[in-house]
Design a protein around this ligand. Sequence first.
Ligand SMILES: [Zn+2]
Length: 99
Amino acid sequence: MKGQERGLKHLTKCPLCKAKYSHSQASVLEENEMRTVFHLTCSKCNSAVLAFVSSSQQGIVSLGVATDLTGQEAKKMIKEKPVSPEQVLKVYEYFNPRS
Ligand SMILES: [Zn+2]
């Protein structure tokens, strides 16, 4: 199984309107051993989402973050400013506050 498919299986819904994603709407911005970054556009609410999928010892961790960037812009941003695992974790904690 390819990493891309494995990762996207965990991100099946738009975080904003909960519409189900069609994976054909996803484009891969970055892919390596540790992490895959997708850009998805929801067909229902037209929101763009950046999805980070990382492999960790606990398994696959995926997270979607709403963005104003188009796929092209996001690609450029990621190339210029690689996102560190720490940043991803920060975003994750922001969206999943510990109670
Ligand atoms: Zn949506």
